[in-house]
Structures are given as structure tokens and as C-alpha cells.
Design a protein around this ligand. Structure first.
Ligand code: NDP
Length: 244
């Protein structure tokens, strides 16, 4: 599938590591100008060396005021990937207010805020756009000690629909990707128990987890006009897990 994002400007959150980082590289390789937003400056410095020409923005997306300062004047953006998230593992009975607030601020509230900034700009320009929310299969199934994280992703399912509903008349499409485990820093943190990881992998019909590239390919498809009539839904990148 040939994709061409020439002439378009994309913004990717959580661009420093993992899926976000590879999404930046793929978008640039397919011709987009890319704004790379992340929290750790060193990651953005190394990414800028790998991808000269990207526009790095260092900000903690859990901080509303700092995000407004960093992104409020970001200028025209056509494609948005809401990818930044934290996965804090706590047994349900031990979930703290701090972990709850931080998780919802980063994983969900920042999606409202950054999407508002981008969508207002698109509507002002009368330009079409595409937004992809990076969710998870745990929006649909449960997983040990991830009640807070999976609640943020479950809420993202409805947010994706609500955004698609209200932004659709402005020709802005909104979709999600819902991966199973991907062995990034986050994936390795969640699957620290090797025996559990092996058992979990075997429960997938394809007997594997997802690769970063599989997730990035689905993100690019949803950003592109190859999915021109798709909005409000999600692509499972789950190695068949939800079929079992
Ligand atoms: P990583 O932890 O590898 O990378 C996440 C990136 O987001 C990091 O660069 C991180 O920066 C950044 N980030 C986190 N919090 C903030 C913040 N407050 N402000 C700005 N940037 C922030 O995660 P993945 O690449 O694995 O995950 C990407 C997305 O995919 C997430 O939405 C996740 O929920 C989803 N996902 C991941 C799965 C997996 O198994 N890995 C499975 C299903 C979904 P820093 O490190 O500096 O904090």
C-alpha cells in the first residue's frame, strides 16, 4: 500500500519512545512534516538526529497549562496521533488517587486538550483531518492490575466515537488502534513476569504479540485517505486475542 503524506503536517504525542517514535519515523518517511511531542528531552534530541527536520516539543502532557503554552500556538496540523500514555499497575484495592489522576490526565485528558487545539485549527482553515487515538485491547478485556489504565482506554473508545460524531461534519475523521502487548518499554514493564508472558502469548490465536510495525501500519492506514470513509471505529492489532 503506497501512502503519501506530502504537504501534510502531523503531530505525534509520546514521540520519544516505542510506538510513537516509530510512527514519527514512518510519517516522515512517507513525506509528512512531523511535530514530535514528548516528555524526556534526551529522547527528542536523539530522534531529531535520526530524523532531521522534525519539530520537537518537550512537554509533560499531564500538565494542562504547560501543554497549552507548548502547543497552543503550534500552527496548522492535518494529522494527529494521540499516543502518549502511562500504564501504572496496582491491584484494584490499592489504586491511589495519585495514580488515578496521573493516568487519566495523561492518557485521556491530554487527548481532549491536544485534539481540541488541532481540531479548532482544522475547522478554522476549513481543512480535512484525521486523528488516531492509540488505545489498547484492554479497552475491551481485563488484565491483572490494570484497572486504572484499562479504564482510561475504555473511556477512549467512547471519546473516539464522540469526537467522530462531532467533528465528522467538518471532515475530520477519528479512529483508534487497539493493540495487544507490544514489547516496548511499556510492554516489558507490564509483562515483567516471564511465565505469565509466555502463557499470555499462547492465548493469542496467532501465538504472538504485536510488533511495533504492525501498530504503526494501522495508524498510517487510518491517517491516510485509504480509510476515507472510516470514522468512530477501531482496528484491533491483537493477534486474534479478542476472537478467543
Ligand atoms: P512507551 O512507554 O514505550 O512510550 C510512551 C511514550 O509516551 C514515551 O516517549 C513517553 O515519554 C511518552 N509519554 C508518557 N507520558 C507522557 C507525558 N505525560 N507527556 C508527554 N509524553 C509522555 O509506550 P508504548 O510505545 O508501548 O505505548 C504507546 C501507546 O500504545 C500508549 O498509548 C499505550 O497505552 C499503547 N499501547 C501499548 C501497548 C504495549 O504493550 N506496549 C499495548 C497496547 C497499547 P517518557 O518515557 O519520557 O515518559
Amino acid at each position: 500500500m503506497q501512502l503519501n503524506f506530502s504537504g501534510l503536517r502531523a503531530l505525534v504525542t509520546g514521540a520519544g519512545k516505542g510506538i510513537g517514535r516509530d510512527t514519527v519515523k514512518a510519517l516522515q518517511a512517507h513525506g509528512a512534516r512531523v511535530v514530535a511531542v514528548s516528555r524526556t528531552n534526551n529522547d527528542l534530541v536523539s530522534l531529531s538526529k535520526e530524523c532531521p527536520g522534525i519539530e520537537p516539543v518537550c512537554v509533560d502532557l499531564g500538565d494542562w497549562e504547560a501543554t497549552e503554552r507548548a502547543l497552543g500556538g503550534i500552527g496548522p496540523v492535518d494529522l494527529l496521533v494521540n499516543n502518549a500514555a502511562v500504564a501504572m499497575q496496582q491491584p484494584f484495592l490499592e489504586v491511589t488517587k495519585e495514580a488515578f489522576d496521573r493516568s487519566f490526565d495523561v492518557n485521556l485528558r491530554s487527548v481532549f486538550q491536544v485534539s481540541q487545539i488541532v481540531a479548532r485549527g482544522l475547522i478554522e482553515r476549513g481543512a480535512p483531518g484525521s486523528i488516531v487515538n492509540v488505545s489498547s485491547m484492554v479497552a475491551h478485556v481485563t488484565f491483572p492490575y490494570l484497572s486504572t489504565y484499562s479504564s482510561t482506554k475504555g473511556a477512549m473508545t467512547m471519546l473516539t466515537k464522540a469526537m467522530a460524531f462531532e467533528l465528522g461534519p467538518h471532515q475530520i475523521r477519528v479512529n483508534s488502534v487497539n493493540p495487544t502487548v507490544v514489547l516496548t518499554a511499556m510492554g516489558r514493564q507490564v509483562l515483567y513476569d516471564a511465565e505469565f508472558a509466555q502463557k499470555l502469548k499462547e492465548r493469542h490465536p496467532l501465538r504472538k504479540f504485536a510488533e511495533t510495525e504492525d501498530v504503526v501500519n494501522s495508524i498510517l492506514f487510518l491517517l491516510s485517505d485509504r480509510s476515507a470513509s472510516t470514522s468512530g471505529g477501531g482496528i484491533l492489532v491483537d493477534a486474534g486475542y479478542l476472537a478467543s
